[in-house]
Design a protein around this ligand. Structure first.
Ligand SMILES: [Fe+2]
Ligand SMILES: [Fe+2]
Length: 217
């Protein structure tokens, strides 16, 4: 189904969509922008439909998964900030308590840095969408550069020194569809990061042999 058809089918989802879109467009983050959400919604539809997930929950989870990033004033990681703020959005949009609980779990558990392991099918879909959009293939690599450089203002050295970020034990993917779509791309991206690291330290060694106090700037 197309995104538009889901928005027509679930009036609360349409309301939520309009609220979240407005927020992303006004806050203007350079990487985690409205396009990021749109790309993830499309991936959520592909994976969620194939897995037979409750699409109202999946799409609400994806709409709100990074909403915490729009609220740095809370001074918390975007998972817990997002989980807190999301309830207000969902209530205003007309979601009922049971749905809110399910969507909040999707937000808390999305991606490799999630606060908890995804337990429901809908949270597993949101998790896999996040991995697919941030960590897979050369597009994933390019998006990591884009995020750390434009949104965090880092240089290459600072960026590649950041640990992979996996919290506790997490699977690469939690759905068959996610694994089928992203398994090869994930290997490709990991290989790239390994090789980049290796080249970087070789280059640095060469420079330090000539200029011992050289620091990457
Ligand atoms: Fe995201
Ligand atoms: Fe996120």
């Amino acid at each position: 189904m197309k995104l538009k058809e889901y928005l027509l089918k679930f009036a609360e989802l349409q309301t939520l969509y309009d609220m979240v879109k407005q927020d992303f467009l006004t806050k203007g983050l350079v990487h985690h922008n409205w396009n990021h959400i749109l790309r993830d919604l499309a991936k959520g539809i592909i994976i969620g439909e194939e897995e037979g997930a409750d699409m109202k929950i999946v799409l609400a989870g994806i709409l709100l998964h990074d909403i915490g990033r729009l609220h740095p004033e809370l001074g918390r990681d975007h998972h817990s900030a997002g989980a807190e703020i999301a309830s207000q959005y969902l209530r205003t949009a007309g979601f009922v308590d049971e749905e809110i609980r399910k969507v909040v779990h999707c937000i808390k558990s999305h991606g490799l840095r999630g606060l908890e392991e995804p337990r429901t099918l809908e949270a597993k879909v949101c998790y896999d969408v996040d991995v697919l959009s941030c960590s897979v293939g050369y597009i994933g690599v390019a998006r990591v550069f884009d995020y750390f450089m434009r949104e965090e203002g880092m240089n290459v050295k600072e960026m590649i020194k950041i640990p992979s970020g996996r919290k506790r034990l997490r699977e690469d993917f939690y759905t068959e569809t996610g694994r089928r779509l992203g398994g090869e791309g994930l290997k490709k991206a990991r290989k790239f990061w390994e090789e980049l690291n290796r080249e970087f330290s070789e280059e640095e060694q060469g420079i330090r042999a000539i200029i011992p106090d050289y620091e990457e700037g």
